[in-house]
Design a binder for this molecule. Structure first.
Ligand SMILES: Nc1ncnc2c1ncn2[C@@H]1O[C@H](COP(=O)(O)OP(=O)(O)O)[C@@H](O)[C@H]1O
Ligand SMILES: [Mg+2]
Length: 455
């Protein structure tokens, strides 16, 4: 790594107003400061020595929105926050941004500390292969999934509620199980309940339990789901479906750590880590009065956003192979892979049902397929047209530069930097491998020497 000084360190995208002293301090240390919305500059390259700085000392809604957009578009981009007394940390947008940041600074800014944080942020981009290593539950090597994995590791040891959001089928429950497994509660129970599936009149009794005689059918005392998770973790799935009266009791439980069984006035102390998952926009539900704002803040302490499958690049192909392999372990099956058109079709499909839908389609195709390779028709997906121009790369199904770099880097690593082998695996020419290495600044000699690929 370069030493500090004149050598270029990278670029800081500054959302807000850097003071002259801050700007010059960074420049002296070799950081180029680009003020978002003012200074022109090239697009953002993740892992390309770019760090974003959320200057929340004075910022308006437009700046907040721009930050959120950049966060969404480049989930692997490292962020640092700069706050001041009076920063509205309760403002949902501000809060979301703070949650996406790795380091926090308060004004007046301590420049040497900021420089150290910048160097750290730049040198530890979430590395896909590393981030998901030892998380066998999570199949995938995309930057988006690496961010999820990195957050899972960060959140697991912290005994606070986690709010997991994302479309249906993205793996919210999988994420909750990983959080539990990586936590100190791993040896204790993990209980997942779907709040939307509880009969309305029984929600309270299901969650908190009831005493004998509490209502007509209560012929015996019953322990609720929360109590049954004592010492461990409870996942309240589809939390947006929780009726308001149950929300009130849940809030009390989160605040005081005690619950009351229905039909009893005795408070019972229960030690359970609460995780909640939802595919709904809870902020919207709060605004509409369907979800208690105070409960929302209690749950939304650590926020885990699981991205949709269509934003996970080549994870689609990996997951498809994974599910096909699992299927083949149990059943005789003619197919052992996917043809090119099927891979393209999977990459271009929007996957509204995400991983769950992909699993179902692959299983169905595995049953139907008569050839060695599953076709787009077997998957019941429309055949996607081949893109012209960069056809070799298009055949990889790689659309975004970051995903492209990751595919090349990972493959090179797996092939021990044997270019011919890498070309063969990716079905591109050797010349293209060299060209892509150059494009993504993957220094082959250096990589071979270190035997590692920096993501
Ligand atoms: N990254 C992943 N790797 C492997 N399987 C996954 C992954 N994400 C989700 N799944 C699988 O997809 C299905 C849906 O996941 P689930 O956690 O129930 O989604 P959600 O709770 O978001 O609706 C499950 O069968 C789960 O095992
Ligand atoms: Mg679920």
């Amino acid at each position: 790594m370069e030493a500090t000084g004149a050598k270029p360190q990278g670029c800081v995208i500054w959302f807000g107003q850097p003071e002259a002293r801050e700007r010059s301090g960074l420049a002296e240390a070799g950081w180029h400061v680009r003020v978002a919305g003012l200074d022109a500059g090239a697009g953002v390259r993740e892992g390309g020595n770019v760090v974003a700085l959320a200057d929340l000392r004075q910022c308006d809604d437009r700046a907040l929105q721009a930050m959120q957009q950049l966060m969404a578009e480049h989930p692997a981009l490292p962020w640092i926050a700069l706050t001041a007394f009076g920063t509205q940390a309760r403002h949902p947008q501000v809060k979301r941004i703070l949650q996406g940041c790795r380091d926090f600074f308060t004004a007046p800014l301590d420049l040497p500390r900021l420089l150290a944080a910048l160097a750290r942020a730049r040198t530890v981009p979430p590395r896909a292969a590393e981030a998901t290593a030892e998380l066998p539950e999570l199949v995938g090597c995309s930057a988006a999934l690496a961010t999820v994995a990195a957050n899972l590791r960060k959140y697991a040891p912290i005994d606070l509620p986690v709010l997991i959001t994302g479309e249906t089928g993205v793996g919210k429950e999988v994420a909750a199980r990983v959080l539990h497994r990586l936590s100190t509660r791993a040896m204790q129970p993990f209980v997942a309940i779907n709040c939307g599936a509880l009969p309305l009149n029984l929600v309270q009794s299901e969650l908190f339990g009831h005493e004998r005689g509490a209502f007509t059918d209560a012929t015996a005392r019953r322990i609720g789901h929360i109590e049954s998770a004592a010492g461990g973790t409870i996942l309240l799935d589809e939390i947006g479906d929780l009726p308001l009266d149950a929300q009130t009791n849940l809030l009390r439980f989160l605040q005081e750590g005690v619950l009351q069984r229905v039909g009893s006035s005795r408070p019972i102390e229960v030690d359970v880590r609460v995780m909640a998952a939802t595919h709904l926009d809870l902020e919207h539900a709060v605004a509409a009065g369907r979800f208690r704002e105070d409960l929302y803040y209690r749950l939304n302490v650590l926020r885990l956003q699981v991205p949709p499958l269509r934003e996970r690049g080549d994870d689609v192909a990996l997951l498809a192979q994974h599910y096909l392999a699992r299927f083949r372990e149990r059943q005789a099956c003619a197919a052992s892979g996917f043809d090119d058109a099927a891979l393209r079709a999977m990459r271009q499909y929007a996957w509204p049902g995400n991983v769950r839908e992909l699993r179902n389609r692959v299983q169905r195709a595995a049953v139907l397929a008569e050839a060695a390779l599953i076709s787009a028709a077997d998957l019941a997906l429309p055949v996607a047209a081949t893109t012209h121009g960069e056809s070799s790369v298009a055949s990889l199904g790689v659309s975004r530069a970051s995903a492209e770099r990751e595919v090349i880097a990972t493959c090179l690593h797996e092939c021990r930097f044997n270019i011919s082998e890498c070309a063969r695996r990716l079905r591109i020419s050797r010349v293209t491998v060299y060209r892509l290495c150059k494009k993504h600044r993957l220094e082959l000699q250096e990589l071979r020497a270190h035997g590692a690929v920096q993501a």
